[in-house]
Design a protein around this ligand. Sequence first.
Ligand code: KPL
Length: 319
Amino acid sequence: MFEMGESKTSCARARSSMTTEASDFTKVIVMGAGAIGSYYGSMLSRKTDVLLISRRGHMDAVNSRGLEVTGAVEGTFDLDASTELGSIPGGSLIILTTKAYDIEEAVNEFRALLKPDTVILVLQNGLGNEDLVQSIVGPEVDVVRGLASTGVEFLSPGRIEVKLVRETVLPKTAVGEKIGRLFDLCGLGVQLSERMDVEVWRKLTMNCVINPLTALFRVPNTEIAVEGLREVRKGIVDECIRIAQKEGVILEGDLEGEISRAAASYSNISSMCQDIMKGRRTEIGFLNGKVSELGRRHGVATPVNDVLTSLIRFMEGKE
Ligand code: KPL
């Protein structure tokens, strides 16, 4: 999943009513539309109604000027945007792109509005997010885990830049395929996987390498692919491989090499680096912090991930 190709698409300011092929969903609601959520909202608005839910400044800008997307995707997208979700129409897809630590608050906000046919797609960084969502909404709601690796930066309210487009990984299940059809219709590349557990661990390991290192040095992803950091990357990856194995997931191949090549291709600033630069809380507890936590549970030492977690927590405290 790290080696997907780039593509450049452009789109004029247009509403979904102008489209011809139908979506299986009546509406897409993006909860927590920061950089990555706004990117998905813009692409999906090509073939379906989209509502973005996020902070006031960003939502006001989108409502007054549209969502301006530059880079690998270009266009101004006319989307509905709000700070609150009033109702969920039947047949909706909710895409959860809040920060992982906001899951409980976000899901509790819309839990009472869910319809029997609502589908929730969890497109966040981290491990175990979908289980947490499922435990809040109950077993009768369809909760699907997906993986987003497109590099997107939040420029200013109403403006994002897409630096590198990657396929979305979805489970090869009936509901995963239904989401995949919509994504495909909208020009979002999809990879269907029968081993989401492996894909989640591979993405987690990539985030454990790229996110804290870029946040500590405040550099774009490309810069941490240097030879001088190879032992550090390898230390992080080896611990992730060991803990994944304890969790029943075998990570094969030269993962450190794959992650280095992926980092070298990403000219964007990682989400954690963007958070640190804005003085915001980070997702460290769902990434390296999670690996350390599982290490303690399994009695396996994870010194490299422990140190990175402490350093990022120290920086969060300082900001
Ligand atoms: O997931 C990301 C993130 O920034 O959180 C990557 C894929 C590393 C892109 O920057």
